[in-house]
Design a protein around this ligand. Structure first.
Ligand SMILES: [Fe+2]
Ligand SMILES: [Fe+2]
Length: 247
């Protein structure tokens, strides 16, 4: 996992995303300069150590559900305020995906740790998802810091966040399968496959939009921002690691 740019680009190619001349180079450059902690062996080792505790793992699934729900809400505001219909449509789909993911994490909790939460708490956990669907039109949350048209900076931050989320999936997968009772394992694997597919798709569409900005004369700005935000994410990852939070 140490070549985070290489493994991410490989996953994009596997999903049929063509070479993106600007984006691919910018990502490789930023990862070479910053060498983010979430792509390093030591990070995976600390994750495995923490995740050996089933209680920690169960709580981390709940944290994932909460963050996916929050992410969906932010994206919903961005989608509502982005005037370009094509961009807005992609962000809207992203919000719907993350809204589904929030519930998927509770399903994973149910399968890997049956009976871990009582009915009342279970209902509360399901409500962590805003429940967005294709039938709904995005609306901005009043006062949200995300009630604005999407920017290159937003896309870069989303892209890096999705790359890190993908790393977490890859770390989480074998451990969840191990804890899960054998009868639920095939269904659990299917949910994990879907999550991984979606998160890779989120890296892909943000990468394509970043590529578009670069092609319209913003390549130098994108290069600067990607490196800056990779450093910011690395600092956040280091702080979260102290708290044993992986998201
Ligand atoms: Fe997600
Ligand atoms: Fe995502």
């Amino acid at each position: 996992m140490s070549d985070i740019a290489g493994s991410t680009l490989y996953a994009l190619r596997e999903q049929g995303v063509p070479v993106l001349p600007y984006y691919d180079e910018l990502l490789q450059h930023a990862c070479r300069q910053c060498s983010p902690l979430f792509g390093q062996r030591v990070y995976a080792d600390i994750y495995h150590e923490a995740a050996a505790d089933p209680q920690w793992l169960a709580i981390s699934l709940i944290t994932n559900a909460e963050r996916e729900g929050d992410g969906a809400t932010r994206l919903w505001s961005l989608a509502a305020c982005t005037p370009d219909a094509d961009q807005a449509g992609q962000i809207r789909q992203h919000a719907i995906d993350e809204s589904h993911h929030s519930r998927a994490y509770i399903q994973l909790l149910d399968m890997a740790f049956p009976g871990a939460v009582d009915e009342k708490l279970h209902a509360e956990l399901l409500s962590l998802s805003p429940g967005y669907s294709r039938q709904q039109a995005p609306q901005a949350t009043p006062g949200s810091a995300f009630a604005h048209a999407i920017t290159l900076d937003d896309l870069i931050q989303m892209n890096i966040a999705e790359i890190r989320t993908r790393v977490h999936h890859l770390l989480q997968r074998p451990i969840l399968l191990q804890f899960c009772p054998a009868y639920s394992r095939p269904q659990l694997a299917r949910i994990l496959d879907r999550l991984l597919y979606d998160e890779t798709r989120h890296i892909a569409y943000t990468a394509r939009l970043i590529e578009g900005f670069c092609g319209s004369g913003e390549a130098a700005e994108a290069r600067k921002l990607l490196l800056e935000r990779m450093d910011d994410f690395d600092a956040i990852t280091r702080q979260e690691l102290e708290l044993r939070v992986f998201e």
